[in-house]
Design a binder for this molecule. Sequence first.
Ligand code: SF4
Length: 260
Amino acid sequence: MIQFPSVPPGDRIVVSASAFMAFQRCPENSNARFRGEYGPPSRPSFIGGLAHRVFARHLQTGSIDDGAFDQVCREEIGSAPGLNLRMGELGIKPSQLESLVAETKMLYDRFRRFPLDGFVGAEVEIEVEPVSDVVLRGRVDAIFDDEAGTRLVDWKTGMLGGVDDQLTFYALLWALDRNELPAGVEAVSVKTGERDRATPQLADIQELAGRVAEMVTALRSAWAAGEESMERTGGPWCTYCPLLDGCTEGRAATSLLAAN
Ligand code: SF4
């Protein structure tokens, strides 16, 4: 169904949806992730991560009582290494969790108003290897199945923003894994109620597969040539880039943002 373009041989590479999105914004930012360099954690991203755990728990085991919510949050933080780590990096002590739990609860109260008919899976990991040593990986927040077919859903805990590439990346994963197109892909902002729903088209998915292959080719070429840096493109995303301090483009972009 999908013809993944050929790429030059090289190191095994795992491309996640977030790495692909980062590459579309700024190739060097994505390259830094492959070196294991990530930006500083933020309070919104911590709350977003916790809220996603709570949403998944709701979908898997049912509604969470108000009286149990604080304890559920603490359990989720304790069992999710990523959240635990970020909490430490943000310098949050367990005794200071109250306001974070309260913000997460506000998101959860909105989330549980959404209709969940047809739910079949939460936090579904999909991993495919369309060509040797190129692995594509993603985690779909929720999968629904109804008379229209399978719908892949991504929950957002902030503004919706541009989600087309991310949703098409999930559709690509699904198509490569199941050899069929999902009937729908959807991003939903739990915070604002915004919703972006699309019916994936084969041509769009094929086009995105081409951009993933271009990304793999560019990264492997840069690594093989021993290039110290790839192309840099500044924008709002620079704020959370680990390279910001030493990046001229990033500093120019963030000063412009600060001036506006
Ligand atoms: S600071 Fe901005 S322009 Fe510089 S590498 Fe990071 S994302 Fe790219």
